[in-house]
Design a protein around this ligand. Structure first.
Ligand code: GLU
Length: 559
């Protein structure tokens, strides 16, 4: 068979040569050791937590090494493509501060544009490139056209499935499939010409020469050394519409775009034999691979299962509506990505998570457990370390979209809101009241009359006369100018007059001798002023509320 002539027959419009294409994609001018990574989503939906996990690895590895991180859109499956998905995924990456150097971006007007010299970065625009390499493989007798109709192929697959259902020997089905495949390899030039003249659709298949009994060693950067069988399947390179399969596009794109590290889900591991064969056939050097562990969650019975699309936490955009700060989600991702991240963070509390030396060796090899308890824990810590100004800006931004009433009161008096957020912040042991922005309203709401309400339940076990008397006495002696210890001495004095212990030690030694203690008196005032027992430092609260509001609230309780 004259393979060169066959190639011309199948690709009459492809005139560019492989060398010409290679010349368009020169080696990247990067420092020694710089990594080139890519995030390569299909625009078929939202960014999944597992996808973000990979994107963070891409970003960290590239930028930590002075390399390049680019975004490639794998839109070869037009039927599954969702309108607006590319824009949405770019916005998600940007919301999380996962910045990339090249690829498809959104300009100021929200229009998609391309940045970088290694494009096009959308597979649907790279048809010529795939065809040049497919033509080369055909010309070298390493790939061939297959005119089997869809029905014929389906029949082969059906045989497969039937064998499976009946539980008969799998090998029989595999043999049949193989035989059909081998039969497809037998054709003459005249037959090809006749098919083409007839307008018959065809696919381009690789001519596999592997022996699956033979295994080669392969080192994955995450999984370690694996035994990979040789490929013996004549898998499709170009579909009948000329669009490449994932396998073929992966080899051509990652080669031309000079990817050094492919970070992708472990579900691609079974396809590795195909990729090894393709890179080999094409004479490309293989990139390094990091097959990332699946993200798991605990199910109702305590077992572990895959975090599915429909699970809470799967969709990156949902974190925003749930009120998680992006910084918190990033840090949580890092705790999952590198087992030593938390330890590092404790030792370097003042450093940004971007200073953390991310290490491939510390990545989970299999099954990475996602859970909200841990996320919340990380989140509280991250928010507790932010300044009052940062909290104010971020909470305000969230409230503008999700809680307009809260937004209004916070925006009306920024000084007041910042003073509230400053309570218990900045010290060695900052308060951890906030986990998500949804906690802001219950935490600070009582400072604003429009949200204020009183829960009297904690007062029920006390004498109403004691409560009234304590509050009245407080109003008689209260002066907003008092320093904290003087303010508290006055409360202690009230305790004494009512037969409540002002000295906690004395109270503990003999509780029966008292009607209560000074903490109870403070609690009466706290209920009056904050409406609830669990609230930040009362002295500071009164200060922020101001004398008028403080008095009005205490009077209301007396009444
Ligand atoms: N488009 C592929 C996916 O979404 C990309 C896999 C890869 O990173 O190579 O699964």
């Amino acid at each position: 068979m004259d393979y060169q002539a066959l190639a011309e027959l199948l690709f009459p419009n492809i005139t560019a040569t492989v060398d010409e294409i290679e010349a368009r994609y020169p080696a990247r001018d990067l420092p020694e050791g710089a990594k080139v990574t890519r995030f390569a989503p299909s625009p078929t939906g939202f960014v999944h937590f597992g996808g973000m996990y990979q994107a963070v690895v891409d970003e960290r590895l590239a930028h930590q090494s002075g390399g390049i991180f680019y975004l490639r859109i794998e839109d070869t499956d037009g039927q599954r493509e969702i309108k607006g998905a590319v824009e949405a995924l770019i916005r998600t990456l940007s919301a999380y501060g996962v910045s990339y150097d090249e690829g498809i971006k959104l300009d100021e007007n929200g229009t998609l544009t391309e940045v970088g010299a290694y494009g096009p970065y959308k597979q649907s625009q790279r048809a010529e490139l795939y065809h040049v390499f497919a033509k080369k493989l055909v010309a070298e007798g390493k790939a061939y056209p297959c005119f089997s109709t869809e029905e014929e192929l389906e029949e082969i697959q059906a045989t497969d499935k039937k064998a499976e259902i009946k539980n008969t020997d799998w090998h029989v089905a595999a043999e049949q499939k193989r035989a059909a495949m081998l039969a497809g390899r037998q054709f003459t030039m005249d037959e090809v010409k006749a098919h083409l003249a007839n307008g018959d659709p065809f696919v381009i298949r690789i001519l596999a020469n592997g022996d699956p009994e033979k295994k080669t060693k392969f080192t994955d950067q995450v999984k370690g050394t694996l035994e990979v069988p040789e490929n013996d399947e004549d898998f499709v390179l170009l579909k009948s519409d000329g669009i490449p399969t994932y396998h073929f596009a992966h080899a051509v794109d990652d080669h031309l775009m000079k990817t050094t590290h492919v970070i992708r889900g472990e579900d691609w591991l079974p396809s590795l034999p195909k990729h090894i064969m393709l890179f080999n056939y094409l004479g490309f050097r293989m990139p390094k691979y990091l097959h990332t562990a699946q993200i798991l969650k605990t199910d109702e019975n305590g077992g572990k299962k895959k975090l599915s699309k429909r699970d809470m936490g799967a969709k990156m955009d949902d974190y925003r509506s749930m009120g998680y700060a992006t910084e918190c989600v990033w840090e949580y991702l890092l705790t999952l990505l590198n087992s030593n991240f938390e330890e590092w963070h404790m030792q370097n509390p003042e450093k940004s998570y971007l200073d953390f030396p991310f290490n491939i060796k510390k990545m989970a090899v299999s099954g990475c457990l996602f859970d909200f308890t841990k996320l919340n824990d990380v989140s509280k810590n991250v928010l507790s370390r932010m300044t009052a100004d940062e909290i104010y800006e971020k909470a305000l931004d969230w409230a503008q979209e999700y809680d307009t009433e809260l937004y209004r009161v916070m925006a009306e008096d920024p000084q007041k809101a910042k003073a509230i957020f400053a309570i218990g912040r900045g010290g060695k042991k900052p308060r951890k009241d906030l986990c998500t922005w949804q906690d802001v309203r219950p935490y600070i709401g009582f400072f604003y009359d429009c949200f204020f309400s009183v829960d009297r339940a904690p007062l029920a076990r006390f004498d109403a006369a004691d409560i009234r008397s304590a509050c009245t006495q407080f109003l008689q002696t209260y002066s907003p100018e008092d320093e904290m210890n003087i303010w508290f001495d006055k409360i202690k004095a009230i305790a004494d007059t009512l037969g409540f212990a002002s000295d906690m030690k004395a109270y503990k030694a003999n509780p029966e001798a008292f009607r209560g203690n000074v903490a109870d008196i403070s609690m009466f005032l706290r209920i009056a002023v904050c409406g609830k027992e669990n609230a930040p430092d009362l002295y500071t609260v009164m200060h922020i509320l101001g004398e008028e509001t403080t008095r009005a609230r205490i009077e209301a309780l007396i009444a």
